[in-house]
Structures are given as C-alpha cells and as structure tokens.
Write a protein that binds this ligand. Structure first.
Ligand SMILES: Cc1ncc(COP(=O)(O)O)c(C=O)c1O
Length: 360
C-alpha cells in the first residue's frame, strides 16, 4: 500500500496508527463478536468508548470541571445557527469578527436571529489580514464575541486572543487541538471533526456552565444545548463511528506528547512552506499578512493560473494531492493538519523549490 500525502482541507488525513486500529477492530470489536458501529449506543461497548472520548478530550485540553463536552451533528454549520438561537433570543446582542468565508456564514445566520454588530470587518482587505487582538473590542452589553480562529479558505489564523469582558465564542473547526488555549476566555468552542479529530459526522461543542445557563429553554429539543448537556450527548443516537475514531485520535495525541507536541509540528510544517515561499519570493506569493499566516492552511499563488494548474498536476503525479485552492479564491492551498507527517511538508517544500527553479 502506498499512501499519498493528502493535503485536503477536510475531510483530511488521519493518523495512520488510528486507521490501522479501526481496520483491525471494524468487523469484530475487541472480541465482542460484532462491530462497534453495529452495537447499541446504550450498550457496554459503545458506552465505554463514549465516556473515554469525553475523558480524553478533557485531559488533552486540560478542561476544567465547569465546561461540558458535547458531541453533536449538523457540522460547524449548524452551530452558526444554534449559537444565536440559544443565546440571542429576545433581541440580545453579539459581536462578530468578519475574517473570511467561514465567519461570513456565521454572521449571516446570526443576523437572522439576533442583534449583531461587527467588531472587525476584513472585507476591504479581501480577508488577507487580521487586526491586532488588542484592537478588538466588544459592546458592553454583548452576550459574546464570535471569532473564527482559523479561516480554512483564506489561510488567516488568530495567534493571539482579544481581551474582552464578554466570553469568546469560537469556530475552531480547522485548528482545533493544534495548540494550547487560554480556556478561561472561551464560553463556547466548536469544531467540525473532519480536520484534526475524526471523520466527518460529529461536531464538538465545548460550553462553559455560565453560558449554558443563559441558553434558551424553549427551543426544539435537538437545537437546545440544555437538552444535550445533562444527557451527556446521549439524548438521541450519537454519531458512534466518528466518536469512536475521535477517542482513538485523542489517545494517540496524548500518548505522543499532547498539544505542545502538535503545536511544535505545526510550526515546523508551516515554517517549511512559508520559508520556501520566501526563498522564491518573486515566484510564489502568499496573500496573507505575515503576522496572521495560518499554520494549518497555507495558501499561495504562482505567477499565472496555467503554472498553478501545472504545479498542482505535477505534485499530484508525485503523490501530493489536494493542493488546489478553494474554488472561491483559486491558487494553491496545503492543509497541514495534525496528522500530516513533517515528511509530507518537507516533500512539498522540496517540490516547490524544484518547480520554482525550473519555471521561475
Ligand atoms: C472554519 C470552518 N468553519 C465551519 C466549517 C463548516 O463545517 P461543516 O462542514 O462541518 O459544517 C468549515 C468547513 O470546512 C470550516 O473550515
């Protein structure tokens, strides 16, 4: 078996030892005589996995007792609506930072449900930069300040966090579990799993007690955080397969050195790619301001679209796939999540070097 280097933005590469463990257990789960994905979500096999996944998440993040870990469905996209539904009923206010394509979607849904103001609007700069965290404020009467920690399409990432009096609510879909966080600043952290955690199908929502208490009581059951938290995400059938894989990924990260380990790897991988762009600065160009370049999704342009097409095709032929930029922005993008081996980033950097020498 020859595995390629998969630079897709999500679903994306997962740790090989985890995939091998799943392969080993998929038909007969640890001698149970059935697969875990055939077992009742209230039976002993899945119950152990569910509990272990929550415990592993708490351990890896160092989550204090006053945070709940919820495993939900509907993607991060459903959270764009669930957050304002739960927190902004009755005309309450929230502030949003408009930093790119994903923040735009979060803002659009929130506007339908609450009184939204923009604490930052990056549209004039075409979402290629972020403000200094110290320049971002929130209205005194806002319930929360919403951030998108990493814009998966535009390749901008917050490296510092605003210091505001209200809780941060953060879409961490594409850099969840890639670094340590000042947890006390966050009222809600949410992330679709399909980048750093698991296959698509589960969304993690981490919510603090005091924020949960403010949530609406009168929503349809699935849409209310107050339904899921006291039931430990077992109000209805949870997505058992991605939660099982998430448990394995969390254990794998913990056994290998946890958040400091992955943060170091992210630094190394992204450094290789940005370094190569700098070396061939007239040939490759990164549209993103240096202070907010993403360590998860690295974007760049070549002198012409034809050269970009050629670059992507030749890289693919050499076993490096998923390098096409998002269709809305074009160019190239390498998504280098936790499970991308450093050798993958090295192979790509070497290829960039060779391509620039040939065509620059
Ligand atoms: C930052 C960010 N937010 C939200 C989403 C949407 O997530 P989902 O497809 O899980 O709804 C994505 C998907 O790529 C994303 O990258």
């Amino acid at each position: 078996m020859a595995r390629i280097y998969n630079f897709s933005a999500g679903p994306s590469t997962l740790p090989l030892p985890v995939l091998e463990q799943v392969q080993k257990d998929i038909v007969d789960y640890q001698g149970a005589g059935l697969s875990l994905i055939e077992a009742s979500h209230r039976g002993p096999h899945y119950s152990e996995v569910h509990e272990a996944a929550g415990a592993a998440m708490r351990k890896l993040l160092g989550l204090p007792e006053n945070y709940h870990v919820l495993w939900l469905q509907g993607g991060a996209t459903m959270q764009f609506a669930m957050i304002p539904m739960n927190l902004l009923q009755g005309g309450k206010k929230a502030d949003y930072t408009l930093t790119g394509s994903w923040a735009k979607k979060a803002v659009a849904d929130a506007k339908k449900l609450g009184d939204i103001a923009l604490a930052y609007d990056g549209s004039q700069e075409n979402f290629t930069t972020l403000p200094a965290a110290s320049d971002v404020g929130a209205r005194d009467d806002a319930v929360y300040l919403h951030l998108t920690s990493n814009e998966t399409i535009g390749g901008v990432q917050w490296h510092e966090w605003p210091d505001v009096a209200v809780p941060l609510v953060c879409d961490m879909s594409s850099d969840f579990l890639s670094r340590r966080l000042p947890l006390e600043k966050f009222g809600i952290i949410y992330a679709g799993a399909q980048k750093n955690l698991a296959p698509a199908g589960v969304t993690v929502v981490i919510i603090r007690d005091d924020v949960l208490e403010q949530c609406a009581d009168d929503l349809p059951a699935y849409l209310a955080y107050k339904t899921h938290a006291p039931k430990d995400s077992l109000y209805n059938t949870p997505p058992v397969f991605p939660i099982w894989v998430a448990r394995l990924v969390l254990d794998y990260l913990d056994e290998n050195g946890g958040l400091d380990w992955v943060a170091g790897l992210a630094e190394e991988r992204s450094g290789l790619l940005y370094g190569m762009m700098d070396r061939h600065a007239g040939f490759y160009s990164c549209p993103v301001a240096p202070h907010c370049r993403s360590k998860m999704n690295v974007v760049w342009r070549l002198p012409t679209e034809d050269l970009e097409k050629q670059f992507i095709a030749e890289a693919k032929a050499q076993g490096m796939d998923g390098l096409k930029g998002h269709r809305s922005v074009g160019g190239c993008r390498a998504s280098i999540y936790n499970a991308m081996p450093v050798e993958g980033a090295k192979a790509l950097a070497d290829f960039m070097d060779e391509f620039a020498r040939k065509h620059g």
